[in-house]
Design a protein around this ligand. Structure first.
Ligand code: SF4
Length: 179
C-alpha cells in the first residue's frame, strides 16, 4: 500500500515526467533534442557562479564529455556563446545568444503557471530534505541561501564572495547554494 509520504514522491515523479515530456515535445518542435532545451533553460536561470560546463554537468547529472558535444552543437547553431573569464583564463562562461533567449521565452510562455507562495515554500523544503538525504549537490535559489545577506528590493550581497547581487541575480539558482 502507498503511504502518504510515498504518495508525495509519486506526485513528484509524475510532475518531473510530465515536465520532461513537455520539454521533449517542445525540443522536437524546434528541431532540437531534450538535452539542448535543458541546457538553454539552465543557462536562463543559473547565476554568474554557475554558468560553466562543470556546473551544467553537475546540474543535469551528465558527464562533461556528453555535455561538451551538446554545447558544441548549440554554439554552432548560434544559440549560446562562450566567454573567457577576465581573471581566471581557465574558466569559460556560457550564455544564451538572442536566438537562445527567444527559444527560452517561447518555452516559458508554454509552461508558465501561477504557483502560490505556500506551494513554493513546501517544494523548497521538500527539495532540501531530498538533497540532504541523498547527499546530492544542493543547487537552490540564491535569495534563500544562508549566505545571502542584506536582501532588499534593490539587491543583496553574497556572504561567500562579498559581491553585490542584483535583484535578478538573487532570483537565479546557484551551485554554491547552502540551506
Ligand atoms: S548567496 Fe549563496 S546562492 Fe547566492 S551567490 Fe552567494 S553562495 Fe550563491
Amino acid at each position: 500500500m502507498v503511504n502518504h509520504r510515498n504518495s508525495s514522491l509519486l506526485w513528484i515523479e509524475c510532475l518531473v515526467a510530465t515536465h520532461k515530456s513537455i520539454l521533449r515535445k517542445f525540443a522536437a518542435s524546434e528541431n532540437l533534442q531534450l538535452v539542448h532545451i535543458e541546457i538553454l533553460q539552465y543557462l536562463s536561470f543559473c547565476n554568474k557562479y554557475s554558468d560553466t560546463t562543470q556546473s551544467l554537468s553537475e546540474y543535469l547529472g551528465q558527464t562533461k564529455g556528453s555535455i561538451s558535444q551538446s554545447l558544441k552543437f548549440l554554439e554552432e547553431t548560434k544559440l549560446i556563446n562562450r566567454t573567457q573569464d577576465s581573471t581566471d583564463k581557465r574558466v569559460f562562461h556560457l550564455a544564451l545568444t538572442s536566438n537562445g533567449q527567444t527559444i527560452v521565452k517561447k518555452l516559458s510562455e508554454l509552461i508558465n503557471i501561477k504557483i502560490p507562495e505556500k506551494t513554493n515554500v513546501e517544494l523548497r523544503n521538500l527539495l532540501e530534505v531530498l538533497q540532504k538525504k541523498t547527499n546530492h549537490r544542493a543547487f537552490g535559489i540564491c535569495k534563500n541561501c544562508k549566505y545571502n545577506k542584506n536582501l532588499t528590493k534593490s539587491g543583496s550581497t553574497c556572504g561567500l564572495t562579498e559581491e553585490a547581487l542584483s535583484p535578478a541575480e538573487s532570483e537565479k539558482i546557484c551551485r554554491e547554494y547552502t540551506s
